[in-house]
Design a protein around this ligand. Sequence first.
Ligand code: DMJ
Length: 630
Amino acid sequence: MLMRKVPGFVPASPWGLRLPQKFLFLLFLSGLVTLCFGALFLLPHSSRLKRLFLAPRTQQPGLEVVAEIAGHAPARQQEPPPNPAPAAPAPGEDDPSSRASPRRRKGGLRRTRPTGPREEATAARGNSIPASRPGDEGVSFHFDFNAFRSRLRHPVLGMRADESQEPQSRVRAQREKVKEMMRFAWQSYKRYAMGKNELRPLTKDGYEGNMFGGLSGATVIDSLDTLYLMELKEEFQEAKAWVEESFHLNVSGEASLFEVNIRYIGGLLSAFYLTGEEVFRIKAIRLGEKLLPAFNTPTGIPKGVVSFKSGSWGWATAGSSSILAEFGSLHLEFLHLTELSGNQVFAEKVRNIRKVLRKIEKPFGLYPNFLSPVSGNWVQHHVSVGGLGDSFYEYLIKSWLMSGKTDMEAKNMYYEALEAIETYLLNVSPGGLTYIAEWRGGILDHKMGHLACFSGGMIALGAEDAKEEKRAHYRELAAQITKTCHESYARSDTKLGPEAFWFNSGREAVATQLSESYYILRPEVVESYMYLWRQTHNPIYREWGWEVVLALEKYCRTEAGFSGIQDVYSSTPSHDNKQQSFFLAETLKYLYLLFSEDDLLSLEDWVFNTEAHPLPVNHSDSSGRAWGRH
Ligand code: DMJ
């Protein structure tokens, strides 16, 4: 193109800008760039951008980290007691330090504050559940609560005849004592940590932890059904009001699928079935939807950690293996999510897990603890009925019972697994104590974890439906294992049991190192006492349960709640400053049931999930929803 020369015009650049104009333009450009980078670093919600532009992906932690968040970790993986905390926030107030700097452990989960309702609505996308507005979802589906209640064979809270006939009985006083402990545990939590996940009784403040992806109030949700069945009515209303007003699902952190399922989903489901209050049903379904991205793996075996972040595919930062006890302990809750929502997606997810497990080859009929969600193969051959494996076995027999004894597949898998466990893991010590060892590719570790002590109760529960010729044997086996677990308590100075105990070098049912000598208010031993009591009515189980009550009062009760202890072999143990939510959900509930009549939450009508939340047995013969296909 020809350019005419115009007088006074000096072509300064190919863009036709003069020097001062060019200078101004460059100045503007550099200002813009500075502004953008400034925003990236300084604006409060820029952390996601920073991650995108500046940081490599968080390094994937190994199996131990996954185990740790699952609460299945061996002793060395437990958190040390927290450092003295800053001044306690007022009840119900957020801890400002946690807001400014989310707790992050090496390899741990990111926990972020709630971000907004849009996050909630989008979490379900890609899993056949339409995104919906908070509050309206699940409402359109009608669950006939009255029909469900009319099918129960016993009143939920039992006949209560015992109390009027024996007002001064010892067992009534024992039950009242447990109720008082629950009231104290709740009131302490409410006073110092309401809305936080757990109470720290020594520092008198709350603790959020990093297992729940930003969800709060684990103790509230875990306590609902215990408060209800103990008829702590005022306290139950306080808990319910908190769920209605303050339990927000619009969080975007990374959570343990297992822990959220057993504590939050389990707690909400049982609160709904006990009361018929819609708020619990709706929140359970909404939260269930948020868990679905975890299943987006090549095999459909979920990863242990789910990201609640909007649009995420659930491929969060945890390691490459999924844990048997975690992906194997979803069945009960997910069937009930389908039952209460009418949405098959939940049941399909857990049916697929069952299918993978049924097909895969099992070494000697045993189920190793780690499975690749990508290849569907076992990752290593470590088998345990304690941590990492435990509740998978529990959910097999309970799936059978919860189905109204129609889920034959679960029944067969359970008895086959139990046979293999008996053949390869069961031992009797020189001193005559029966225990279930851990198996590492054929080599036995002669130890039992506290977690494995639930198995006495499980075997008792399953004994009645075993082959005729095995029933008495299983009853006896359950009693022997429970006796061994009682020994682990009886042989300590505090009469509380250690986290793990060994059978070697002439020592039996005792921990061999300090790192395994702690007790964190765990329920498994009293859980077995409860099942054995209901099966046998042998008064020894109530005696043993009472020993635990006295020990808890003496060593774990503090001015502001109950705390775990660091050494069961010390008569002056230090406290770990944590009132675990499962203490209210499980330990106190099982103790209360132990001192109650059998028709309080009758086992004919209810199964307890692995966090002791009661879920109803399917007595309907016409349900096409959750129990439709076996
Ligand atoms: C609870 O959260 C559950 O019982 C789980 O199955 C194992 N660990 C704790 C209690 O010890």
